[in-house]
Design a protein around this ligand. Structure first.
Ligand SMILES: Cc1cc2nc3c(=O)[nH]c(=O)nc-3n(C[C@H](O)[C@H](O)[C@H](O)COP(=O)(O)OP(=O)(O)OC[C@H]3O[C@@H](n4cnc5c(N)ncnc54)[C@H](O)[C@@H]3O)c2cc1C
Length: 420
């Protein structure tokens, strides 16, 4: 009896296995056929020029300010002005609105190159460009674009306000409300946002609020709010890393927001947030690959100068293998990031690739920065070299725009869809 049921079970599982292992099982990607394949190290002339100029700006203008900004936990206003003057705050904004009209990959390259020198400045540029500007560009009406894009491109820092004290990973559990006034002309905004990047410097805030909590997440709506409408900047967080980047608690107390300030449609804010965070993650991946590269570049020359046992410490095989290993991981993270960016640009599915890039790049950034400290011994542990800052800054990659667990959850969902 037992033997027969085992035989039946084995037969059933063989059939199931055969099905699972058949040639069509799990095939979901539609890779386009192209005339000639290309490596991922291909950038347009415009993208290469932008990389060169951002690199120069980062080395000459940002680098001298890094330590002081970190220690004082402030973003130098002159530097912010420099970012605007160099077109780095309106990278994808069309020229007709005062932006540079460049590609998404250009924005990714800019974030990467800035992060190589200072991940705090990189997150300012990243949130402003890939979240705030993109939401207004993609979802704003013509009137919204005309009203808000020139300012965002040229002088006004933007913040993206989704997270709240009770709504972090579960972002759509937000409690901020926007009640339509009986006149029908404006909404009244009430609530608290938390962990809002750039909010110490921002004048423009994209605020996600619920116009009808009885509808749950389908009441969430995105509003463009300017600081002078009454946004209160409350506590500024004291953080482990990216300390020059302001992260504050915001309060909205009966703020009147004209109905014309709705970005997208009423009740479609959750869709906007999902879409923008999916692509925004590529920006955080870029921040993390830049950071990893910066820490690596800072440490290696020192190891080839520092002598112990009669030779440079970098010349010991035990060190060289570690350099090679981390370099390989940085290269892999870069390729994943560039690939996700190109997929998005080509209008193809990129959600899983973006989640993988962000997840992996944040792991690599922590490893690279941690190893860079060790490669430099005691010197790496001091603030003088700036290497310890990369390590402090690297931790945030696994937290914002979806924690690593949330990225893994996204990837796992795709795997189940493909293989279950
Ligand atoms: C410096 C900084 C800047 C930020 N900037 C912004 C900003 O500009 N705008 C904005 O809107 N938000 C911003 N955030 C918020 C950020 O996106 C959230 O902190 C993040 O989404 C995590 O939320 P939480 O901190 O509440 O953690 P929680 O959601 O409380 O998570 C705590 C832990 O539980 C785990 N966890 C939660 N849910 C699950 C699950 N379903 N499965 C498995 N594990 C889970 C998480 O992975 C994490 O390890 C920022 C945060 C920081 C720290």
């Amino acid at each position: 009896m037992f033997a027969r049921s085992l035989r039946t079970a084995t037969r059933v599982s063989r059939v199931a296995n055969a099905r699972a292992f058949s040639a069509t099982a799990g095939r979901m990607n539609d890779y386009p056929t192209v005339e000639k394949g290309q490596s991922l190290w291909n950038f347009t002339e415009e993208e290469n020029m932008l990389r060169d100029s951002v690199k120069k700006f980062a080395d000459e203008v940002i680098q001298p300010r890094v330590r002081e900004m970190d220690e004082k936990e402030i973003m130098d206003p002159e530097l912010i002005q420099g970012l605007f003057d160099n077109g780095l705050m309106g990278i994808e904004i069309p020229e007709e609105y005062g932006g540079a009209g460049c590609s998404f990959t250009s924005a990714i390259i800019a974030v990467e190159e800035i992060s190589r020198v200072d991940p705090s400045v990189a997150v300012l540029v990243d949130v402003h460009n890939t979240l705030v500007n993109t939401v207004v560009r993609h979802h704003g009406s013509d009137a919204i674009k005309e009203k808000w894009l020139p300012g965002l491109a040229q002088e006004k820092v933007g913040s993206f306000c989704l997270t709240e004290p009770g709504a972090g990973s579960d972002a759509f559990g937000l409690q901020t409300t926007a009640k339509l006034d009986p006149s029908g002309d404006f909404y009244v905004l009430n609530g608290t946002k938390m962990w809002i990047s750039n909010s110490g410097e921002a004048e423009t805030f994209l605020v996600f609020a619920n116009v009808d909590p009885s509808k749950g997440y389908k009441g969430i709506t995105c509003f463009a709010v300017s600081k002078d409408m009454g946004v209160e900047i409350m506590k500024k967080e004291e953080k482990l890393g990216i300390r020059a980047s302001s992260t504050c608690v915001l309060n909205f107390d009966d703020i009147k927001v004209p109905k014309e300030n709705i970005v997208g449609e009423v009740g479609k804010g959750y869709k906007i947030a999902i879409q923008i965070l999916n692509e925004g993650r590529i920006g955080i991946a870029a921040q993390m690959i830049g950071l990893a590269q910066g820490a690596f570049e800072r440490a290696l020359p020192y190891t080839y100068q520092r002598k112990q046992f009669g030779k440079a410490v970098g010349d010991f095989q035990g060190m060289g293998f570690q350099f090679a290993d981390i370099h390989t991981q940085i290269e892999a993270a870069k390729l994943m990031t560039y690939n996700a960016a190109r997929l998005k640009e080509e209008g193809r599915e990129f959600t899983k690739e973006a989640a993988m890039a962000k997840y992996f790049a944040s792991v690599v950034a922590q490893r690279a920065a941690g190893s860079a400290i060790e490669w430099c011994g005691g010197v790496g542990f001091t603030r003088d070299t700036g290497i310890e800052k990369y390590w402090r800054d690297s931790k945030i990659g696994a937290i914002y725009e979806g924690t690593s667990n949330i990225q893994l959850e996204t990837i796992a969902k795709f795997l189940k869809k493909q293989y279950a």
